[in-house]
Ligand binder design. Structure first.
Ligand code: DGY
Length: 430
């Protein structure tokens, strides 16, 4: 028994060392690429997760991760989903397709915001370090500007819910949640060569019909010169994503905590008022009959009744209604019970479940992290423990992969993946 436990500890020590090595290998000099080749630049939410992983062994470098991401911030507060620090040819669509006027070059949409959460996480690891205090203070107004951008540009009606204008902005690119609004989006007429399917099995990536619409949206917004008001008015793809809204809600709570140290009374008042509106906005996505939160298409006005992982992310965002939290935990437990490794990104008994295709079924480490944390926050420790144990088992079996098959445990997508390493260090092996 003792020998077994010692062997397990040795395994975990070796995996921790491997995770640190991955984050160092994927360091391109002040920023971390998600993985070599497939994603050769700095991605917004990847970097926030990486910063938390890096903070477990190098607080100084963790701050640099966030600072280099904010080098891409636009004057209006938008934090782009990609910062193209250096020219690399292995990715499509590159900076010229986006056509955004910024130096360093960037994309023109954002991604789920986690930088206040990350800054707070790093601060907690830093103890009483005055340099960390100063770096957090310098980041604070930039993170506030990002949140003001979300409120101003992506919720012009002040509903408390923000809209995403591209499936990539949700982070869950090809989730079945986007099938209906994407079908109402025209395809591009541009001929383009995808690079992703040259590096990863096409069966694990979005379909071509989806890519044709992803590129149409980029071209449309580029044609509108990235003018936020015109894009909001003219886009065919505008969705209140429950996942992104829940993540935004959590980031704003962490921002309010930062504002207690670094902000003004005016900032705190604004953030408190916004937090109330966010809770109210989120509750308008609740479907009592289904016992779930669903995203809403802001163009058609219809609820997108898809059983995806995003419906559980309000647990991470923080729910005041404990009855709803209990219902979510029970349903998630039912999904996990049908898998060898949870949590999947689609209900396994849904006809749309696809165990290998990106956001249509596979297990993602960062999703387990957010759900596990959210479950623990609402007192569902057993299920939270199961998600941590499943992620550890997946990494031991298949390595630090981008995502995993929930039925077999096979590793999928990119290899040597930064946020899998960060998830291990900051959450699953912590
Ligand atoms: C990709 O290229 O697959 C990314 O998810 C888009 O940001």
């Amino acid at each position: 028994m003792e020998a077994d436990q010692a062997a397990r500890q040795d395994d975990l020590r070796a995996l921790r060392a491997r995770a640190v090595e991955i984050l160092r290998t994927n360091d391109r000099g002040g920023y971390t690429v998600p993985t070599d080749g497939l994603y050769p630049f700095q991605w917004n939410w990847d970097s926030a997760f990486c910063a938390m992983g890096i903070a477990t062994f190098d607080v100084d470098r963790a701050w640099t991760e966030l600072e280099s991401l904010y080098a891409g911030q636009w004057d209006n507060g938008l934090l782009p989903h990609i910062v193209f620090h250096h020219v690399v040819d292995s990715y499509y669509p590159g900076p010229d397709v986006w056509g955004a006027q910024h130096e360093p070059r960037t994309s023109g949409i954002s991604q789920p915001p986690l930088t206040a959460t990350a800054a707070r996480f790093i601060l907690a690891r830093a103890g009483d370090d005055p340099t960390s205090e100063a770096r957090a203070a310098a980041l604070y107004p930039k993170i506030l500007a990002l949140h003001d951008w979300w409120a101003r540009e992506r919720d012009p009606g002040g509903t408390g819910l923000v809209g995403v204008l591209h499936p990539w902005e949700s982070g869950a690119d090809n989730s079945p949640m986007w099938d209906e609004p994407l079908r109402a989006t025209p395809a591009t007429s541009t001929k383009f060569a995808r690079r992703d399917v040259a590096m990863v099995d096409a069966a694990m990536r979005p379909h071509q019909w989806e890519y044709e619409r992803y590129i149409h949206l980029v071209e449309l917004y580029r044609g509108l010169k990235w003018d936020g008001a015109r894009i909001w008015a003219e886009t065919p793809f505008k969705v209140a994503d429950v996942g992104l809204n829940a993540i935004l809600m959590r980031d704003e709570q962490d921002l309010l905590a930062l504002a207690q140290r670094f902000g003004s009374p005016g900032d705190r008042g604004r953030l408190r008022a916004r937090a109330e509106r966010r809770q109210e906005g989120l509750e308008t996505l609740w479907d009592g009959q289904a016992g779930s939160y669903f995203s809403r298409d802001l163009v058609s006005g219809r609820a997108l009744k898809i059983a995806s992982h995003a419906g559980f992310l309000p647990l991470w965002g923080g729910l005041e209604n404990t009855d709803r939290a209990d219902r979510l935990a029970a349903e998630l437990g039912r999904w996990v019970a049908q898998c060898r490794y949870g949590a999947p990104t689609m209900s396994p008994d849904d006809p749309l479940f696809d165990q290998k295709r990106y956001w249509r079924g596979p297990v993602w480490g960062i999703v387990n992290w957010m759900l596990g944390d959210g479950l623990a926050r609402h007192g569902h420790d057993d299920l939270a423990r199961r998600l941590r144990a499943d992620f550890r088992a997946l990494v031991m079996r298949s390595g630090f992969r981008e995502y995993f098959d929930p039925l077999t445990g096979d590793g999928l997508g990119g290899e040597v993946f930064s946020w899998a390493a960060a998830t291990a260090l900051a959450w699953a092996f912590d």
